[in-house]
Design a binder for this molecule. Sequence first.
Ligand code: DP6
Length: 360
Amino acid sequence: MISVISTPNIAFTKYWGNRNENLRLPANDSLSMTLDSPTVRISIEPAETFSVRSWNVDGSEKTLSEKNIARFHCHRELVNRYLATLQTEVSIIQPSPRLSKKSLRGAGWSISNYQLSIRSQIPSAIGLASSAAVFSGVAKAYGELLRREGLELTDEQISIIARLGSGSACRSIQGGFVAIDAGIGDTIDSAKAVQIADNDHWPLHDIVIAPSLEEKKVGSTEGHRFAHTSPCYAERLRQMSRRQRECINAIRTRDFEKLQRVSEKDALDLHKVAETSNPPLQYLNQETHRIIGEIETLRKEEHLAVLFTMDAGPTVHLVCTEESRDRIARYAHNQPHCTVFETKVGSGAHCQHASTSTLS
Ligand code: DP6
């Protein structure tokens, strides 16, 4: 059995809209920080047929919807399509080393019948990237499976496998600060994740405040579809490459003020697009706006390095430096009826070896 631990990521410049929906090829570049928690554990073992099972935090089995199950089946088909495009150099060892040669082996690899088991600590559909954590874990597990069969994939190739299940999942394969290079064209491998800096580069924290654990009605996968109907979307796309450059630069130089400016602008801009699309998508609520307002006042009064950002849900991510962390955590825990997650920059999806396994 192969077990993988994976985590969500929080985007500073966000992916919104696809240029190819089936292949989840994003319309724009994006950049996120991989978090160290909450975690998802994915296990994979041989089975009679391909199947997916999921467990709640309390150990009870979750009933997956038809739509969810179909997503895993569709993902596996896309992964096999991608694997068939790989021309891999395999060493053929001949009796004499002088005759040893490399040959190209293509179309020989595929994911066949396995049972995927998902144990997630992440509430789904509240804006905490639970599917990013799940599909980065599944991709890493497939990568390990293929490695054991002799096909060693790079992190970028594994990120493509993750992207085929959930666009933003490709950014959780590696740790630290990771960009999606959206690329151009319609080939299955034309968008991939690229690490900008590893998790030792900048010890940022993300204090997450979830005002509600109620699942959103329209998930991001569906939301991307409506992006182009917003009159603000074309302008957003025009701004994205400049924003991405600024964001990469802010991370490389550890310039928190610059990171705050670009990421808050980008988050508010994404929600302006969502709210003006057809149908309008209202992910933020009154609580979100109240928290944003209070954080703006708090950081001014107390000179705190903290920024806010929201994915597709009312959940507010307060990304802050080590120095501001305690104050922001105190603020978060004082919010009535909210669930708080204290996370920080993490190291990305990784295989769990049997001896280190603590979960059943
Ligand atoms: C708003 O298509 O990756 O979080 O439907 O959950 O798989 P799922 O989401 P995905 O879109 C993520 C959109 C976003 C912004 C971001 O993370 O870049």
